[in-house]
Design a protein around this ligand. Structure first.
Ligand code: SF4
Length: 223
């Protein structure tokens, strides 16, 4: 186990965070969202489909889905049963189909067919909870509306002691407080890659970790 110690002052905490961000930049300089998409609408659909499902599985389903339904109007007009069959392999297909159809209808009826760029408006769209809204605004439009908090961001923010919170909303509140705004979008992309590659949930690969010297997590793997 490493001898990394807790920072004691605000300055030490800031320096440690900066070292962590620098290490992420070095290891993951150009990472982005793994969900394939051509525009904001497709990213919204893919993100809704990714709930409780891997990005790889979603990326297998979406090419045919977007061929069959090339426009938002096509999604607004399809029956829930038919769409549920098309997205069956992503799991929770009835709820996801309902959300996607509801999102398409809302965007057509209330936003002129354009994905809203204000988070408060986007949050009114079916299926667009806070995480999804941050994904779409950050990745499709480059708008830093918040920090995407998924399972990787939650776990690693806790391990790196960037938060003591356990709910996504409160974790995000802590992260937007300590991270510079220009890092909000990229931070989540980098952490998601880091969480898949090294800081995995069980038996993290601490011996290969570029920030091992900064980490005093209780569940570190023995070196
Ligand atoms: S991989 Fe290990 S050392 Fe690195 S951040 Fe995760 S728990 Fe800490």
């Amino acid at each position: 186990m490493s001898k990394a110690s807790r920072p004691r002052t605000a300055v030490e905490r800031r320096e440690r965070l900066q070292q962590f961000l620098d290490a992420l930049d070095q290891r993951y300089p150009n990472v982005t969202c793994a969900l394939h998409h051509n525009d904001a609408w497709q990213l919204l659909v893919a993100t809704i489909l990714s709930a409780q499902c891997t990005d790889e599985r979603v990326n297998k389903v979406t090419p045919e889905l977007f061929r069959k339904y090339p426009t938002i109007q096509d999604f607004a007009a399809v029956s829930q049963d038919e769409l549920a069959r098309d997205i069956h392999s992503t799991g929770f297909f009835n709820n996801k189909a309902k959300s996607i159809i509801g999102a398409a209808q809302k965007i057509l009826n209330e936003f002129g067919g354009e994905i809203p760029r204000e988070i408060d408006q986007l949050l009114t769209v079916p299926g667009a909870a806070r995480k999804t809204a941050n994904v779409v605004l950050g990745t499709a439009f480059g708008i830093a509306s918040g920090v995407v908090v998924d399972t990787h961001v939650s776990r690693i923010s806790q391990r790196l002691d960037l938060t003591k919170e356990t709910t996504p909303e409160k974790i995000e509140r802590d992260l937007v407080r300590i991270l510079p705004r220009e890092r909000w979008i990229q931070f989540a992309h980098q952490i998601i890659h880091f969480g898949r590659e090294l800081c995995v949930a069980r038996k993290p690969k601490c011996a290969e970790c570029p920030v091992e010297a900064l980490c005093y997590a209780k569940d570190k793997s023995p070196l």
